[in-house]
Design a protein around this ligand. Structure first.
Ligand code: ADP
Length: 453
C-alpha cells in the first residue's frame, strides 16, 4: 500500500498504473464483492433493478465514497443520462447528485478509467471544470463498455474525505464496469424481445378481433338475406292462402245464414270460423312483414312513439301487477321512421315482456332510449321474467319460433319486429340480464341508409 501514495499524486490514471499486489483482506473483500455482483448481474433482467443493486453493492464495499451514479449514453442524442444515483447520507437511491460532467465526459471520450483527488494537479488546474467548485475531494469513473462500444459510465466520488480513493477500488470498479455492461446489454436484449413479443401479441389480438368482426358481419348478412327471402316467400304464400280462405269463409257465412240449422251443426261452423280467423290473422301479418314502408317514413320522435305505446298498454300492465319504468333521453335525435310499424315493434316487445313475467314475483318493465355516439339511437326493453333459454337466443327471431302453448303464440311477433327494424336499416337483438329476465335492444340509424331492393 506504500506505492499507493505515489500513484495518487498522478491526476489521471489507468488500470495499467495500479499496483498488482493486495493484502489477503483486500483480496477476500474483492472476491466477495465480485461474487455478489456477478450473482446480481446473472439473475436480473430488469435494467433499473439491476443498476440499483449494483450501486448499493458499490456503496457497501467502498466505504470511502459518499456519492455515486450510473450514467448511460442516450444512443440517439449522445447525451449522458443518470440511470441511478445514490448518496451515502441518504438511503434513498436516485437522490439526484451533482456528478462531475467533466470527469464523466473525459471517460466517455478517452475510454479509460479516471481517478483523481484534491491533491492532484489536474484537480487544482481547473482543467476538470467545476470539480473543486462542487466540493468534490476525490472521484473515480470507469467506462461501461460492451464489444468496444461505450454505453455509459459508473461514477463515484467523495465530498467528505480528502486524500483520494483507494487504488484497488478503481481496479474493482473497472472490472465491474465490464460485467455490468454485459448485463445491461442482456437486459436490453430481453426488453427488446419482450417488446417484440408484446407487439406480436397485440397484432395477433387485433387479427383475431378483425376475424371475429368479419364473421359477425358475414353472419348478419346471411341472416338478413335469409330474412328477406323468407319475407318475400311469406308474402307470396299469404296471398295464395288468403284467396281460398276467403272463399271458405264466405261459404261458412252462407251456411250460417240458412234457416233451420241445428246447434249441433252451428257449433262446428263457429269453430271453423274461429280457426279461419286465426289463419287470416297469421297470413295477414306474414304479408305485412315483407311489405316495404319506405314511402311512409317521416322524421319523427321515437320517444313520442314509445310513450303512445306505453299509454295504450299501461292499464293492462297495471292489471298484471307490472311496475313500468320509462327513461326516455330528452335530447334524443329525430329519426326517419314509419311510426306505425315502429309502434308495432315496441308493442310486440312490451307484450312479450309482460307474458314472460307472468310467473315472476317481482314484475318490472323498463324501457329506455339513448343516443348512440355512432349516429344511431338505442332502445332497450327489459323485463324481470323467466329469460330466454340460452339455446333459443339465436332462434327467437325465426318465423314460427314459439315456446308458448299451441294456440297461444304464432311465433311471428319477433320475426315481424326483425323485418321492420331491417327495413329501417337498424339492428335488433336479445340478451339475458345478469339479474334475471331478458332485454331486447333496437338500434336505429339517424341517417337513412339506402336499402338494396
Ligand atoms: P310468440 O310471442 O307468438 O311466441 P314471438 O316471435 O313474439 O312469438 O316470440 C318468440 C319467442 O321468443 C317466444 O315464444 C318466447 O319463447 C321468446 N321470447 C320473446 N320475448 C321474450 C321475453 N321478453 N322473455 C323471454 N322470452 C321471450
Amino acid at each position: 500500500m506504500t506505492q499507493t501514495n505515489s500513484t495518487t499524486k498522478k491526476t489521471v490514471t489507468t488500470d495499467k498504473s495500479l499496483p498488482r499486489r493486495h493484502s489477503p483482506r483486500d483480496n477476500a473483500r474483492n472476491v466477495d464483492f465480485l461474487v455478489k455482483i456477478s450473482n446480481i448481474l446473472a439473475k436480473s433482467l430488469d435494467i433499473h433493478a439491476l443498476l440499483e443493486e449494483v450501486i448499493d453493492q458499490i456503496f457497501y464495499f467502498m466505504k470511502r465514497i459518499d456519492r455515486g451514479a450510473i450514467l448511460l449514453l442516450d444512443k440517439d442524442t449522445g447525451e449522458l443520462k443518470e440511470a441511478v444515483s445514490k448518496v451515502r447520507t441518504s438511503n434513498h437511491v436516485n437522490a439526484r447528485i451533482n456528478w462531475s460532467r467533466a470527469v464523466a465526459h473525459k471517460v466517455i471520450k478517452e475510454g479509460n478509467p479516471v481517478v483523481l483527488s484534491d491533491k492532484s494537479h489536474e484537480y487544482r488546474s481547473g482543467s476538470l471544470g467545476d470539480i473543486e467548485f462542487d466540493g468534490i475531494l476525490s472521484a473515480m469513473c470507469v467506462p461501461l463498455r460492451y464489444k468496444g462500444e461505450i454505453q455509459g459510465v459508473i461514477y463515484v466520488d467523495s465530498i467528505t474525505l480528502p486524500g483520494g480513493i483507494r487504488k484497488d477500488d478503481l481496479r474493482l470498479l473497472s472490472g465491474l464496469g465490464d460485467t455490468t455492461a454485459i448485463a445491461i446489454q442482456n437486459a436490453q436484449l430481453y426488453e427488446d424481445l419482450k417488446e417484440e413479443l408484446n407487439e406480436r401479441r397485440r397484432a395477433e389480438e387485433a387479427l383475431i378481433k378483425a376475424n371475429r368482426d368479419l364473421e359477425e358481419t358475414r353472419d348478419m348478412l346471411v341472416q338478413s338475406e335469409k330474412f328477406a327471402a323468407i319475407g318475400r316467400l311469406s308474402a307470396a304464400i299469404a296471398h295464395e292462402i288468403l284467396n281460398p280462405v276467403n272463399i271458405i269463409s264466405m261459404r261458412i257465412q252462407l251456411l250460417e245464414a240458412l234457416e233451420g240449422i241445428s246447434e249441433s251443426i252451428r257449433k262446428p261452423l263457429r269453430i271453423c270460423k274461429g280457426q279461419l280467423n286465426r289463419i287470416v290473422t297469421i297470413t295477414e301479418s306474414l304479408g305485412r312483414s315483407s311489405r316495404t314502408s319506405e314511402k311512409r317514413r317521416v322524421i319523427a320522435d321515437l320517444n313520442e312513439t314509445i310513450e303512445r305505446v306505453v299509454d295504450l298498454i299501461a292499464p293492462q300492465l297495471r292489471v298484471d301487477g307490472i311496475r313500468t319504468h320509462v327513461e326516455l333521453h330528452s335530447g334524443l335525435p329525430l329519426i326517419p321512421m314509419d311510426k306505425e310499424r315502429i309502434e308495432q315493434v315496441i308493442f310486440n316487445l312490451v307484450s312479450n315482456a309482460a307474458v314472460a313475467m307472468t310467473g315472476s314475483e317481482n314484475k318490472v318493465l323498463k324501457i329506455t332510449t339513448k343516443p348512440n355516439p355512432q349516429g344511431s339511437v338505442l332502445i332497450a326493453v327489459s323485463d324481470t321474467g323467466a329469460g330466454i333459454d340460452p339455446g333459443d337466443i339465436d332462434k327467437v327471431f325465426d318465423p314460427f319460433f314459439t315456446t308458448k302453448d299451441p294456440g297461444e303464440g304464432t311465433g311471428l311477433g319477433l320475426f315481424i319486429a326483425y323485418s321492420i327494424v331491417q327495413e329501417h336499416a337498424g339492428r335488433i337483438w336479445a340478451e339475458n340480464n345478469e339479474s334475471g329476465g331478458a332485454s331486447f335492444y333496437i338500434d336505429l340509424p339517424i341517417e337513412r341508409t339506402p336499402k338494396r331492393s
